[in-house]
Design a binder for this molecule. Sequence first.
Ligand code: GLU
Length: 593
Amino acid sequence: MPKFRRASRALHTCSVTLALVLAAPVALAKTPQASGRGGAVASISEQASQSAMAILNRGGNAIDAAVAAAATLGVTDPFSCGIGGGGFMVIYLADQKRVVTIDSREMAPAAFTPAVFLQDGMPMDFDRVVASGASVGVPGTVRGWHEALQRYGSMSFKQVLAPAIGVARQGFAVSPTFHRLTTENEGKFRQFAGASALYLHDGKALPVGALIRNPGLARAYGEIAARGQGAFYGGPMAQAIIEAVLRPATAQGVTVAGGAMTLADLANYEARIRQPVHSRYRGYELYGMAEPSSGGVAVAEALNILEGYDLKAMTRPQVEHLYLEASRLAFADRNAYLGDPEYVEAPLTGLLSKPYAAQRRGLIDARQAGVTGSAAGDPYPFQDDRSVVLRPMAAPAARAARQESAHTTHFTVADKAGNIVSYTFTIESWGGSGIVVPGYGFLLNNEMTDFDFSGPAPNVPEAGKRPRSSMAPTIAFKNGKPAFTIGSPGGATIITTVLQTIVNHVDLGMPMQQAIDAPRISERNGAASSVEPGFAESDQGRALALLGHRWEATPEEIGAANALVFNSDGTVTAVSESRRHGGGAALVQHAAH
Ligand code: GLU
């Protein structure tokens, strides 16, 4: 078989050396659905699901297994997630019957100001900001893993990072999806010496089947395994991060802006343990992610709006029309009110109240799509404490719509004791800022571009603030017992994918695999809804168009969901994508025969 090996290049900025060979063809054992007993995992990466299973089989709990899977995703899906970014973890602790969440969202450096993305008063070019040190937020992932393991896990960093270190050292084969994502980001990666060395060959994406080893990332994990989270937030790795942000190592002749992060920003970073967002929908108790993610609140508000309809008695296009309209109204509210709760107090009680949802429902026309840019409602009269009557800040001017596709990753894992993790994490855009930390093999996020570039708005950039997210890891219960988990990547479409999958499963009665595989449509109060290829021409698409719905010109795959379903006979079914993102990997500890 053809083999090629690239001479290791001693880049002055990057100590990564890369042995590039074509991997022996790997028999893909990926299966999108598995049912059985004991622990279970569903992720988009076969290696990540196997890492989780290895930890469960060694007696680790769901939290240990989640960190093992996440670290492995950082190796095999480095453009979606990793220790250079942040995320949100929802955890169910079975023995305490308690849901907790960990917010490891990236934080703006102390030098940030509301004008950081303005030039002469005008928003700067989005793509130029993305590929620069200015877009990099203080990474939260390692601190989040630390809190998860310390508080709720049973194993050490050394134990749970071992499988990922193995994958980083031995390498993984470039898949068609990985190849496509690299190709789409060649322009960004070519600007940076580190990303070019790791993920390109002569400026082009590595071919399908090429083996990527990442000794730098193995080293980073090794240092965290040996010294804990302090190895990331202080010492040589922290210095390398700061240097990379301040003076990104670019290809010859390329200039990009540096950021203003300091060692103190890293040392001061803290993950937050937050109360989940709790809501009820048709007998289910839903627990989602609170601010600074808007995911939990927006999903809950849209479901509250939908609860007033007898969806089961309706045709599918009617249900989907109402789903799109509920989402439109929920997005209007999230844009007007939600942001980092340590900076902006949102009227959450009002937003989540059923009477408020009824008022919003009253705006929906069952026979006609609503207007583009529908106005936010006024949830303040629905707050418990009416003594404080604040008025909403003006909603920001909508920035140019961008394709959200499937950046980020979501996976879910449960153990035999009934503990559950639903975890979404990211480095924002595909490949984040494009900056690889020299010597440590991981990409830094561009999460700061999740702020609204200009205000007034709850989500303008501020020092120490966390940008608003859409991530929506969710755990649902029925009659006091776990019923299902759901989550997805996909920027703002995360909210609609989670919402649509819940509607498909709960209202349209689809088994979870069918609910996940169904064509996705996403309305975010913009000029048109996002759809997947083929939808606009389908009967469903045409029926919705007759009601006035409009579709974005470039259909794209939306999201990459993963779920667990806890069946009434005590078995668990792990469900991943059958096609999107190349298909996912669902595993159970003891398969049902
Ligand atoms: N930055 C996005 C968010 O937090 C996730 C990244 C993406 O999927 O685009 O909502």
